[in-house]
Design a protein around this ligand. Structure first.
Ligand SMILES: Nc1ncnc2c1ncn2[C@@H]1O[C@H](COP(=O)(O)OP(=O)(O)O)[C@@H](O)[C@H]1O
Ligand SMILES: [Mg+2]
Length: 500
């Protein structure tokens, strides 16, 4: 316990001691004596207390032990209000033979496992924090992939699973980061959380730096910092989710979050190889059963390996990342692409190193292949050469009309129609297709929320999604019950192609 807790009346200290079984006299004098005793009794043995897990010099600090030889004892002092979730069941070999073996041949699963190994290597490789986000429709196996990754460090299932839900980031972001520093933070189901909070949380996590807060004296307290990988999932893309909350990522932030389509393209959702199970559902339940029985031991052993062979692994890692980049980054790609590729490379090489220590049972090179597939999926989504922001805008516009097109637009041919929360009007074009006439407030506040409306309108005109008769982005239209009004006219072009 931090000694600052002894100040005041020391109730926190007594509470903790009582929780651990000490009986304490309720008499005031006795309490005071206890506090004095603790503060003045000479101490011979010392330990350094740290507020976050992960590397402290050559020692990796876990909640209840520190891995590595250090002249100094290092102890984790949890001031977070969130409990760490490491747990062990079964042995490394059992995990390898029952869990990792099923992941084999499944790029998303091998990716998740390799990412679980990679978190502790960020510092070795000198790479910054960053995240990966699996996106895709429900019931494709996204959460299952996260659980398989989680099994490297702890329980895949409730209660107290190793993964967290996005909702938990609302208040506890810095705590979560402290508990997963130099490790992997898994966040499931982005859709359950508030877009505003998620957006900010995702960027803070990837930035590796919390917000600085004012102390009671009014001076700024230095903000917490961390280095971690996070792996998340959701039906929606993170950038669209954030754009909806009006958050505009900087270029630097953007590339710290890599989105990977969960569908592996083999007609089996997130999977490619069901290892003889009858269908995806049976495979999912086999994975969950195996991971529930066997987890966590491999993570502990991984840390032993890292502590022991740190010096040697440094070069293996750096060379491996360089090779991954050389192999997978297309010639002439932007520098941004290379930076993201380095993070994928770190994951790939982490998997290879784990394999070389017989922790996974996979074949040499398999992790690189799996992570390479995921990288290609990211690059596809990123649009290779295409402008990231433009794609995000198009996707947002399309999803706006997809969600609201039938409910929030009034038919121009009906004089008196009650529409709740009206976004605009629709009419039939000469080809019979629907045209949407969006009122300016809705255009700015919803359709292109998070984007600059002027540049958004320009992009939408170039694409032919926004129909105009002149230089203006808007057209003046007679609408039922209104004076002629300037509106944004969207045509059916927006449903064509898959560029968004
Ligand atoms: N690839 C798949 N093929 C068939 N069914 C699947 C697949 N992935 C998941 N499911 C079904 O969906 C359920 C939920 O799986 P989960 O991994 O939580 O999906 P997600 O997170 O993508 O919604 C599983 O119990 C299983 O029945
Ligand atoms: Mg899910």
């Amino acid at each position: 316990m931090p000694s600052e807790l002894l100040q005041g009346d020391g109730i926190e200290v007594r509470r903790e001691l009582a929780r651990q079984g000490l009986s304490i006299s309720p008499i005031k004098a006795a309490r005071e004596l206890l506090a004095i005793y603790i503060q003045v009794w000479p101490v011979d043995e010392r330990a350094r207390c740290v507020g976050r897990l992960g590397w402290h010099g050559g020692t990796y600090v876990l909640p209840h032990e520190s891995v590595g030889q250090n002249s100094e004892r290092v102890v984790f002092q949890n001031a977070c209000g969130v409990e760490p979730a490491f747990a062990v069941a079964g042995t490394t070999i059992e995990w390898r033979d029952h869990v990792a073996s099923l992941a084999q041949g499944n790029s998303r699963l091998q990716f998740a496992v390799s990412t679980a190994f990679a978190g502790a290597l960020l510092g070795f490789a000198g790479e910054p924090s960053g995240g990966f986000h699996f996106t895709g429709p429900s019931s494709t196996g996204k959460t299952t992939a996260l659980k398989v990754g989680a099994s490297v460090w702890g329980k895949p299932e409730e209660p107290d699973p190793y993964w967290r839900s996005w909702r938990a980031t609302t208040n506890g972001l810095e705590s979560l980061a402290a508990l997963h520093n130099d490790g992997l933070l898994i966040l499931d189901e982005i859709n359950e959380a508030d877009p505003r909070e998620v957006g900010e949380a995702a960027y803070l996590l990837a930035n590796g730096q919390g917000k600085s807060r004012a102390t009671r004296m009014g001076t700024a307290r230095p903000s917490a910092s961390w280095r971690l990988l996070f792996l998340s999932s959701g039906e929606e893309s993170l950038s669209i989710f954030m754009a909806r909350a009006g958050l505009k990522p900087t270029a630097g932030q953007e590339i710290r979050l890599a989105e990977i389509g969960a569908d592996a393209g083999a007609g089996l959702g997130a999977f490619e190889n069901l290892h003889g199970f009858a269908d995806g559902a049976a495979f999912v339940s086999a994975l969950k059963d195996a991971a529930s029985l066997y987890h966590g031991a491999v993570g502990a052993e991984w840390l032993q390996v890292l502590v022991r062979d740190k010096a040697k692994l440094d070069t293996v890692l750096r060379d491996g990342i360089r090779q991954f980049v050389a192999e997978f980054v297309p010639k002439g790609a932007a520098g941004q692409v290379e930076r993201v590729a380095r993070r994928f490379g770190l994951v790939a090489v982490a998997g290879e190193i784990a394999t070389s220590y017989k922790l996974t049972g996979w074949n040499e090179g398999e992790s690189i292949t799996a992570v390479g597939k995921c990288f290609v999926a990211w690059l596809d989504g990123f649009g290779g050469t295409g402008n990231r922001e433009e794609r995000a805008l198009l996707a947002q516009v399309r999803s706006f009309f997809g969600a609201n097109g039938a409910s929030r637009f009034q038919d121009t041919s009906i004089e008196d129609q009650r529409i709740i929360n009206r976004a605009g009007f629709f009419r039939s074009a000469s080809d019979g297709q629907r045209e949407y006439l969006v009122l300016p407030g809705c255009f700015r506040g919803e359709v292109c929320a998070g984007f600059d409306p002027k540049s958004a309108a320009k992009i939408l005109r170039e694409r032919g999604w926004l129909l105009t008769g002149s230089d203006r982005a808007t057209q003046k239209v007679r609408l039922p019950g209104m004076v002629p009004t300037w509106v944004y006219v969207f045509g059916a072009r927006m449903w064509e192609g898959d560029e968004a």
